[in-house]
Design a protein. Structure first.
Length: 157
């Protein structure tokens, strides 16, 4: 009988100790003061927003520089603008170099792993090993949900 009284007294004591820190924290803090902050300037109207990705064929505008030989590589720089209504995810560009007999002699691949938002402009660089027999090249574009149609333009707007 003494144990039951002692155990219940200890339980009440522990409960009161356990509840008191919770009551100490329940006091409400004063409301935060509102500070006027300027919104960061975005390069496109969709920066910082989630844009649904394109399913199927996406479109981009392409400005391509002339390929340059740098050391033992052929470097091609591309400037792309997303003209689709949705974001292009996991953009992939493949470049194949052919010789005069139209046999593949070199290739390069590059990726844009970030979502490519509508109206956004990005630069991509392709580096293909050089062997001296390159004549013409061909590029193919693809993304995670389909193909990409590239329209060559002289300058991006």
């Amino acid at each position: 009988m003494n144990r039951c009284v002692f155990a219940s007294a200890v339980a009440i004591l522990l409960c009161s100790i356990h509840v008191s820190p919770a009551r100490a924290q329940s006091k409400s803090a004063p409301p935060p003061t509102k500070v006027a902050t300027a919104a960061p300037a975005a390069s496109s109207g969709t920066a910082g927003k989630w844009v649904p990705p394109v399913k199927g064929i996406a479109t981009v505008d392409l400005v391509q520089t002339q390929p340059k030989v740098v050391g033992k590589e052929i470097v091609t720089v591309l400037k792309l603008k997303n003209t689709s209504t949705g974001s292009i995810n996991l953009l992939k560009v493949d470049q194949l170099w052919y010789d005069k007999k139209r046999a593949v002699v070199s290739s390069a691949t590059t990726y844009n792993r970030k979502p490519f938002l509508p109206g956004e402009i990005i630069d991509l660089e392709l580096r293909a090993p050089r062997n001296g027999q390159e004549d013409v090249n061909q590029m193919t574009f693809a993304h995670a949900n389909g193909a990409v149609k590239a329209n060559k333009v002289k300058a991006l707007q």
